[in-house]
Design a protein around this ligand. Structure first.
Ligand SMILES: Cc1cc2nc3c(=O)[nH]c(=O)nc-3n(C[C@H](O)[C@H](O)[C@H](O)COP(=O)(O)OP(=O)(O)OC[C@H]3O[C@@H](n4cnc5c(N)ncnc54)[C@H](O)[C@@H]3O)c2cc1C
Length: 382
């Protein structure tokens, strides 16, 4: 059940969609199986994506970006699902990391880093989570202490998306370890020439196998004080809170695309598969289950499109973004489970894309702020 052109799209956005889809089908989908085995995409594909203009599409052209809006980021997330090529970590790289730099970076910082992210010479990651704390961000222990003209960073991070290939890591650290939120700053670490920086294990996950997720270690890593994002200490928590709605929305975009794809592939399969002399689709249970999933897909699409329109107008508020994140990702998991069941044993086989829809969906309820934290946030506005 492919979506009709959404209200937030136009001819330019659809042209970008075609470009993204063609690229993902040609340069990513054929390699997904190998990437899953090696647990990361090939480094070169970042450069290829940058070359055709798929990275940082909503960053201003003066910094090497595409000069578009969040609509392009949404299209990229949708097409990664539709092209069965979800591993290139562009949501973190373009939609999140580049936007931190664009929103809070000084002019010098934007000129220095954004063109590299847009070309793929830099791969971006954001490192908040630590072994000891995830949801409770104020309790992070990584420190970035001003020493002369440098910051000296010590600490460790875990579960970092793009962590294995990233060479530009926005690191969330305490510039004042005695303070909670007000002690947090965002420090940009260029990892190519950073003594004391190292990567730990490539983490083995139950899904999203082709996307690299790594541990990062900082042992007296020195960066110039000009790497403090925005140039003022103690702004990190506020910066994170302001950017999280966009991060949460893009997770909702992926959720709806996955719901639609799951329903579509299940309708097709059940119409082809026969049991007891008739297509599986013809059993009343199958029709009712699929009717329910199609309804969820429709409700999800309407809600998501409304959120995107609001976000493009700068009107998506924190509780609504949190609602989108928890509701759509919960729906994604429920739909994937119901659809997989209708594939019978084949649904459990990796060669059937519905199995990937199921395993890849599970993390959506956890990262970007767990769904429990989303409900905490929403309840504060009730
Ligand atoms: C594949 C993957 C990719 C990731 N990518 C990144 C990344 O790029 N960068 C990054 O910084 N992090 C990343 N993360 C980390 C992710 O954001 C955290 O795992 C998540 O925020 C939860 O933190 P935690 O794992 O420490 O769980 P905890 O905070 O320990 O939570 C454990 C449980 O307690 C619940 N809980 C905690 N506090 C409350 C509360 N106040 N009320 C009710 N329930 C609560 C949680 O909802 C959860 O169910 C990634 C994680 C994974 C698995």
């Amino acid at each position: 059940m492919p979506a009709a052109r959404p209200a937030w799209s136009d001819d330019d956005v659809e042209a970008f969609r075609d470009l993204a889809h063609a690229f993902l089908r040609k340069e990513c989908a054929p390699h997904e199986e190998r990437w899953a085995e090696q647990q990361h995409v090939d480094r070169e594909v970042w450069l290829k994506a940058g070359e055709v203009g798929l990275l940082c599409p909503s960053i201003p052209t003066e910094y090497g970006g595409g000069g578009g809006t969040f609509a392009l980021e949404a299209v990229m997330a949708e097409e990664q699902i539709r092209a069965n090529a979800p591993s290139l970590g562009t949501a973190v790289h373009s939609t999140i990391v580049a936007h931190y730099l664009n929103s809070y970076g000084t002019e010098e910082q934007k000129q220095r880093w954004l063109p590299g992210l847009a070309s793929g010479e830099l791969v971006g990651a954001i490192a908040m989570t630590e072994p000891g704390t995830g949801s409770d961000l104020q309790s992070i222990r990584a420190k970035a202490i001003r020493t002369g003209d440098d910051y000296v960073i010590d600490g460790s991070k875990t579960f970092i998306s793009n962590g294995y290939l990233a060479n530009l890591v926005i690191t969330v650290a305490k510039t004042d370890p005695d303070d909670a939120a007000a002690g947090i700053s965002l420090v940009v670490v260029e990892t190519d020439d950073a003594p004391g920086f190292s990567r730990g294990r490539m983490l083995k996950k139950i899904g999203q196998h082709g996307q690299d997720t790594a541990e990062l270690f900082y042992d007296g890593v020195r960066v110039p004080s000009t790497n403090l994002l925005g140039g003022t200490e103690g702004q990190g928590f506020l910066q994170l809170m302001q950017q999280l709605p966009q991060e949460r929305l893009v997770l909702g975009v992926a959720a709806v695309a996955a719901i639609e794809a799951s329903v579509e592939m299940t309708i097709k399969y059940t119409k082809e598969r026969h049991a007891f002399g008739r297509p599986v689709f013809n059993f009343q249970n199958t029709k009712f289950v699929l009717a329910e999933q199609a309804t969820t897909a429709t409700i999800g699409r309407v809600f998501l499109d409304d959120c995107i329109v609001k976000h493009l107008r700068g009107e998506l508020d924190i509780p609504t973004a949190s609602m989108a994140k928890w509701w759509l990702t919960q729906a994604q998991c429920d739909v994937a489970d119901e659809c997989l069941q209708l594939f019978g044993g084949y649904g459990y086989m990796q060669e059937y894309p519905i199995s990937k829809m199921f395993t890849d969906s599970r993390i959506q309820k956890i990262y970007g702020g767990t769904n429990e934290i989303m409900k905490e946030i929403i309840s504060r506005f009730l």
